[in-house]
Design a protein around this ligand. Structure first.
Ligand code: PPS
Length: 293
């Protein structure tokens, strides 16, 4: 089993990021996007991998075999990802790819490299309710040994609420993309909507990408991207990440994929405090976030 890295967090414009990312920040900042590139942006654990699979299937007319050409993180690299063996892993992979590329990021909008906006790239932003996001993030940090040690749940929840987790404040993240969605080409979608009516969401994404797909292809994409199908797909379930990085004895990447699992984690007291804080934090931005469906 691997050892937890426990590296320092270094803020960039006040956003805590791992030291390994900050060290190569100039490379991220200077990344050259091309106008045909698509950016999939999320706060961690919002349903990024799910959306990536949907997008890849749309771009390949529902051809599952083509979408099994490589694992998610190779097909659609994380822009700011760095590793000990390759300090510019995400960018190295992206530079070797010919546009149009599908690029994943967890960066808040103010840290997205300027070239994306200068080129006029399309962006799909996925938001997930913060209670399920923090539960998912907590279990992820327990198993992902390159993330900081999460510590006890109660303290982890406080860190989430005060924006101290890696990639910063959930509140600022979801609000700032929401506010800029009309100035830039941003399709803003919700995890809960994808669970409720995946065919509608797949259709909206296809339309945003300018792809005309038949109802049968849309239905096929919905089937191929259910939680249970993706969980068994080695090219979409992160099973290619070695056990030295993901401690699967603790938790899985494809964990539950539900709306409302937070009810199994929040005490009544935590829930009341969270709701009060949430309403204060979100008072200046009427985002239609749903905690249940
Ligand atoms: S990451 O590491 O930030 O890129 O993670 P991300 O992919 O954004 O989020 C992981 C959570 O999404 C769930 N997931 C899904 N839910 C429903 N349907 C499908 N197809 C699906 N694929 C991934 C995954 O299980 C994580 O949520 P939790 O609540 O932990 O299960």
């Amino acid at each position: 089993m691997g050892q937890r890295t426990n590296e320092a967090m270094c803020p960039i414009q006040g956003v805590p990021l791992p030291a390994r990312i900050v060290k190569y920040w100039t490379k991220v900042e200077q990344f050259q996007a091309s106008k045909e590139d698509l950016l999939i942006a999320t706060y961690p654990k919002a349903g990024t991998t799910w959306t990536q699979e949907v997008v890849d299937l749309i771009l390949n007319d529902g051809d599952v075999e083509k979408c099994k050409r490589a694992p998610t993180q190779v097909r659609m690299p994380l822009l700011e990802m760095t590793t000990a063996d390759d300090p510019s892993a995400g960018i190295t992979m992206l530079e070797a790819m010919v546009p149009p590329r599908v690029i994943k990021t967890h960066l808040p909008i103010q840290l997205v490299p300027h070239s994306f906006w200068e080129a006029g790239c399309k962006v799909i932003y996925v938001a997930r309710n913060p209670k399920d996001s923090v539960v998912s993030y907590y279990h992820f940090d327990r198993m992902n040994l390159s993330q900081p040690e999460p510590g006890p749940w109660k303290q982890y929840l406080e860190k989430f609420m005060t924006g101290q987790l890696v990639w910063g404040s959930w509140y600022d993240h979801v609000k700032e993309y929401w506010r800029k969605r009309h100035d830039k080409k941003i399709l803003y979608i919700f995890f809960e909507d994808m669970k409720e009516d995946p065919a509608r969401e797949v259709s909206d994404i296809a339309q945003f990408l300018g792809r005309q797909l038949s109802k049968s292809i849309i239905d096929h994409i919905v089937q191929m991207t259910t939680f249970s199908v993706m969980r068994e797909n080695p090219m979409a379930n992160y099973s290619t990440v070695p056990d030295t990085k993901f401690d699967r004895t603790v938790s899985e990447f494809m964990r539950k994929g539900e709306v409302g699992d937070w009810k199994n984690h929040f005490s009544a007291e935590e829930d009341a405090a969270f709701d009060e804080h949430y309403h204060r934090m979100m008072a200046d931005c009427p985002l239609p976030i749903r905690f249940t469906i």
